[in-house]
Design a protein around this ligand. Structure first.
Ligand code: ADP
Ligand code: MG
Length: 398
């Protein structure tokens, strides 16, 4: 955490880039960074400020992220391709070291929050379709136009967009910027408790309003700041977090993707391409629709998480063709020469469409349409998976 080489501990009122950006409150964090709502005093707008951990590897990752996001912004001057827009960058010297900072457009809640706000019951297929379209537009742009593989697509790395953008219209968004550190730049004693009390009070008020409005929105939650502009909620979203993304022709060896969204070719070590993002996309879409992760492997007695993961895939999708199972550098760790898993012998086949009906109570026609969309993306053969552009043309979305 907050130590040498680690996160920068920011407080509301802290200033960055020679005073231009004023920290408001923390929006989120990941393994690499903390992300703050900040006010841009030069252009009078709210932005998101990603403050990277300071150790050299993290700084390098941030510079790499800047390189990719710059390329993405260049190819998308009208900002319609569903990828986070980079606005600026600078370095900030703090007690824990030098932090690379990215200034980006301000977005709303992540899909992970959306799933949680809906108490893990799924968000309804109409909204799932809406989100699918945005994410696919983003992936198609990354894959076909930029030659970039995201490699870490998951609900927390896709953020909702509000049609009323508080960064342009703070008054309507219902809040004024904090421009000073509370109580004479002191963070001790009364000053802290005063500012914290204010923040808490504001948050409490906002929660009451939101819970009243929640019904009319069918359970869709939006960022606290947007409490007065809930009518502006669309299901448009954007892909964020390019900290692990790579140019397809310059990929690093080794493991990519967050466990539950990891493609089979990555597990068995047979190389990956854009189609690995498509696998993660299918996992993400299933989760939006049902509130549960498609695959959540564990290590069990005598078998690894990897092997459990492969078993779960085969229970839902059928047996992995022997040719594919034996094609990776790690195939021999998991499979015997017949192409069966070495340590997990009895698989209970429960195909996707039946899972949707029997476990999640989808009406049969819904389950059928949805499974028709997802099933081809979950092909064990990466080259057989549809591309993002092909998915956009699928009947289920149109
Ligand atoms: P990391 O590389 O550390 O995972 P991310 O870029 O994923 O960092 O950001 C971490 C979290 O911060 C996100 O999951 C999200 O909740 C929040 N966040 C990031 N960028 C923005 C943004 N532009 N607007 C609003 N929230 C953001
Ligand atoms: Mg992240």
């Amino acid at each position: 955490g907050y130590r040498k080489g680690g996160y920068h501990a920011a407080r509301p009122g802290d200033r960055f880039a020679d005073g231009r950006f004023v920290a408001q409150r923390k929006l989120g964090w990941g393994n690499f960074s903390t992300v703050w709502l900040a006010y841009d005093t030069l252009l009078s707008r709210f932005v998101a400020l990603k403050i990277q951990k300071s150790a050299r590897d993290y700084a390098q990752a941030a510079l790499h992220e800047i390189e990719l996001l710059s390329a993405a912004a260049k190819g998308d001057p009208t900002n319609t391709k569903c990828v986070l827009q980079l606005l600026d960058q600078f370095k900030h010297a703090g007690p824990n070291g030098q932090h690379v900072c990215l200034v980006t457009e301000l977005l709303g809640d992540s899909l992970l929050r959306l799933i949680r706000y809906n108490r893990n019951k799924g968000i309804g297929l109409t909204r799932v379709r809406e989100i699918c379209r945005s994410v696919l537009v983003g992936l198609d742009y990354l894959h076909r136009e930029l030659g970039v593989i995201h490699t870490d697509l998951k609900p927390e790395n896709v953020l909702l967009v509000s049609t009323i953008n508080p960064s342009k219209d703070p008054a309507r968004a219902g809040f004024a910027p904090i421009l000073d550190k509370p109580e004479g730049n002191q963070y001790n004693g009364a000053a802290i408790s005063f500012s914290e009390k204010m923040l808490r009070m504001r948050a409490r008020r906002a929660v009451v309003k939101i819970s009243r409005r929640r019904e009319s929105l069918g359970g869709v939650m939006v960022d606290l700041e947007r409490k007065r502009s809930l009518d502006g909620v669309s299901m448009k979203c954007k892909i964020v977090d390019f900290g692990n993304a790579c140019w397809a022709d310059q990929q690093s060896a080794g493991e990519i993707q967050t466990r539950q969204y990891r493609a089979p070719e990555v597990i068995i070590g047979s190389g990956y391409s854009y189609s690995a993002d498509m696998w993660s996309f299918a996992c993400l879409v299933f989760e939006l629709a049902t509130g549960d992760m498609l695959f959540s492997p564990r290590d069990c007695q005598g078998c690894s998480e990897d092997e459990d993961h492969l078993a779960l895939m085969m229970e839902t999708l059928g047996k992995m063709p022997k040719k594919i199972a034996s094609s990776g550098t790690r195939s021999k760790d998991y499979f015997n020469r017949y192409g069966d898993l070495k340590r997990i012998r009895r698989l209970k086949f429960w195909p996707l469409e039946r899972v949707l009906v029997e476990k999640y109570n989808f009406p049969a026609p819904d389950a059928n349409g949805f499974a028709n969309f997802l099933r081809p993306i979950l092909d064990f053969a990466p080259e057989s998976r549809p591309t993002a552009a092909e998915c956009l043309k699928h009947a289920w979305l149109n």
